[in-house]
Design a protein around this ligand. Structure first.
Ligand code: ARG
Length: 491
C-alpha cells in the first residue's frame, strides 16, 4: 500500500539514503513493545470515551495483538519510524476504516515521548536489580575480609593501614547513592505525556488519567507542550548512568593496578581476563579495562544529549530523535558494566597475605605513631608530626624508642621517653592491625565498627529491595490489567 504518512501532503518519495538519514527504525526496536502497549491503552480509552466505535476498537485491539505476536520484523522498515510503520501494518491487517481511527487525538510526538519513558522505566528497574546484586557482592566480600589488613592510599602513595572490607564498603556506599539517584530519577521518568498530541493537546475528549494509569505511569504530565518537548529526564538518567560508570571505572582501575606484579593484591578469574596473541604468559585484565573505557561511551552519551537539547525552541523538533539512541546505548552499557563488576568481584582471588605484607610499607603507621606521642607524651600534634616526619626521612619504618628520643631532643629539647612514651606504646603504634583496631570511630575500618556498618548497610539494602519490588509490582499490575482489559474487550 502507499505510504500512509506522505501520500497526502508530499508528492515525492525519499530515496534510500534520505530514508536512512531520517529514519529512527533501528533505534525504535527498543520501543516496539512500549509502542504496542501505548496503542492498546490509547485505543481502549478512545473506545471508553466514545471517540471510536466499540466494533472498530475491537478490530484495532486484535490487530495490535497480532502485531505484537508477529514481532517487529514483520513491519515495513522503509517507514521513518516505528509508530507510523506499526499503524501502516495495522491498516494492512484490519483495513483503513477501523485501523485509520487508532491515531485519533494523538501525535507521534506524545507517542514517542511516552514510549521512551515506558522503555527507560523498564531499564531503570532492571538496573536497580543489578545494582542491588552488586551491593550484595560487596557486602559479602567485606564480611569475609574484616581483618584483611592492607595499605590504604592517598595520591597512590601508601598512607595508612586499612582493611579490604573498609575499601570495598567505600565503593558500596558510593553505589548506594547511585541506587538512590536511580530511584529518584525514576519518579521523573515515570510520567505520562500521552494525550498531549502534537503539543497543544486535542479537541477530542481524552481521558489522560486513564491512559496514564493503565500504562503504569504515576500520573499524566501536566502541560502538553512540556510533555512532548522535554527530554530533561534523559539528561538526568544519562548523568546518573555516568556517575555509576565513573564509580565502576574507579573500581576497575583499582582491579587493573592491583592485578599488576607491582601490587599483586588480587587476581581476576580467568573468565574476565584475556591473553596476548604474542606474549604467551600474559593474563590481562581486559574486562576491567573495557569497563574503564566504556565509561567514556556513557559520558559521551550525556554530552550528546546535553548538546542535542540545548537551544531547541518549544515544542517538538525532530532533533529529539537523535537523543534516543544515546540513552539506549548509555543504559545498556551501564547495566552490563554493573553485572560484569559483580561477576569480577564475586570470583576475585584476594591475596590477603600480600596485602598484609605490604600494609606497613611506606611507614603507614606514621600517623598512629604521632597520635601515640600526643596521647602518651602529651605533646601537641604538630610537634609529633614534625618528629615523625623527621624520622621518616630515614629508611626505617620501625623506629625504636631511642631513635625517637634522639629526634625529639633536637625538636623540643626533651626525650619523649622522659614524658611517658614507652617501648610498648611505640611497638603497638607500629602494628598495622593495631592501627586498624584503633580506628573505631563511626565509619572507620576497625573490624567491630565495620561489622556495624555492614549490618546497617544490609538493613538499608533490604529497605531498597522492598521499595524496588514495589515499583516493579506497580508496573506489572498495571500492564497485566491492561492486557486483561484488552482480552475482555475482544472476546
Ligand atoms: N521518530 C520520531 C522521534 O523519535 C517520532 C516522532 C516524529 N514526529 C514528527 N513530528 N516527525 O522523535
Amino acid at each position: 500500500m502507499s505510504d500512509i504518512l506522505r501520500r497526502g501532503r508530499l508528492s515525492k518519495s525519499p530515496d534510500e539514503e534520505m530514508r536512512n538519514y531520517t529514519s529512527s527504525m533501528a533505534a525504535d526496536k527498543w520501543i516496539f513493545e512500549a509502542d504496542v502497549y501505548v496503542d492498546l491503552a490509547h485505543t481502549l480509552m478512545l473506545e471508553k470515551q466514545g471517540i471510536i466505535l466499540k466494533s472498530d476498537g475491537r478490530k484495532i485491539l486484535s490487530g495490535l495483538l497480532q502485531i505484537r505476536e508477529e514481532g517487529m520484523e514483520k513491519l515495513d522498515f522503509s517507514y521513518e519510524d516505528i509508530h507510523i510503520s506499526l499503524e501502516s501494518r495495522l491498516i494492512d491487517i484490519i483495513g483503513a476504516e477501523a485501523g485509520g481511527r487508532m491515531h485519533s487525538g494523538r501525535s507521534r510526538n506524545d507517542e514517542v515521548a511516552t514510549c521512551i519513558r515506558f522503555a527507560l522505566r523498564g531499564e531503570l528497574l532492571s538496573l536497580l536489580d543489578d545494582l542491588v546484586a552488586l551491593q550484595h557482592v560487596l557486602v559479602s566480600l567485606s564480611r569475609k575480609h574484616l581483618t584483611t589488613v592492607m595499605p590504604g592510599f592517598t595520591h597512590l602513595q601508601h598512607a595508612q593501614p586499612t582493611t579490604f572490607a573498609h575499601h570495598m564498603m567505600a565503593h558500596a556506599d558510593a553505589l548506594e547513592r547511585d541506587i538512590e539517584r536511580v530511584i529518584s530519577a525514576y519518579s521523573r521518568v515515570n510520567l505520562c505525556p500521552l494525550g498531549a498530541a502534537a503539543f497543544a493537546s486535542t479537541g477530542f475528549n481524552l481521558d489522560r488519567e486513564m491512559t496514564a494509569k493503565s500504562l503504569g505511569f504515576s500520573k499524566p504530565m501536566t502541560n502538553s507542550m512540556d510533555a512532548v518537548s522535554s527530554r530533561d529526564f534523559l539528561i538526568e538518567c544519562a548523568a546518573v548512568f555516568s556517575n555509576i560508570m565513573i564509580n565502576l571505572s574507579r573500581m576497575a582501575e583499582e582491579l587493573i593496578i592491583w592485578s599488576g606484579q607491582e601490587f599483586n593484591f588480587v587476581e581476576l578469574d580467568d573468565t574476565y581476563a584475556s591473553t596476548s596473541s604474542i606474549m604467551p604468559q600474559k593474563k590481562n585484565p581486559d574486562t576491567a579495562e573495557l569497563m574503564r573505557g566504556k565509561s567514556g561511551t556513557v559520558i559521551g552519551a550525556l554530552s550528546a544529549l546535553l548538546v542535542t537539547a540545548k537551544g531547541l525552541p518549544l515544542s517538538y523538533n525532530r532533533d529529539l530523535q537523535e537523543a534516543t539512541p544515546n540513552i539506549i546505548r548509555s543504559s545498556s552499557v551501564t547495566s552490563a558494566s554493573v553485572r560484569m563488576m559483580a561477576g569480577m568481584l564475586s570470583t576475585l582471588t584476594v591475596r590477603a597475605d600480600v596485602m598484609q605484607r605490604q600494609a606497613p610499607a611506606g611507614f603507614t603507621s606514621a600517623t598512629e605513631l604521632a597520635d601515640t606521642m600526643v596521647r602518651e607524651a602529651k605533646i601537641p600534634f604538630r610537634t609529633a608530626h614534625q618528629i615523625v616526619g623527621t624520622l621518616s626521612r630515614g629508611t626505617s619504618i620501625e623506629p625504636t624508642l631511642e631513635e625517637i628520643d634522639a629526634v625529639s631532643v633536637t625538636v623540643i629539647g626533651e626525650k619523649l621517653s622522659a614524658r611517658g612514651l614507652t617501648q610498648k606504646a611505640v611497638k603497638d603504634a607500629l602494628d598495622p592491625m593495631e592501627n586498624v583496631k584503633r580506628r573505631a570511630v563511626l565509619g572507620g575500618p576497625a573490624p567491630e565498627q565495620m561489622k556495624k556498618s555492614i549490618s546497617e548497610k544490609e538493613k538499608r539494602i533490604n529497605a531498597l529491595e522492598s521499595q524496588i519490588s514495589g515499583l516493579n509490582a506497580a508496573v506489572e499490575n498495571a500492564l497485566n490489567g491492561l492486557v486483561s482489559d484488552v482480552q475482555k474487550e475482544i472476546q
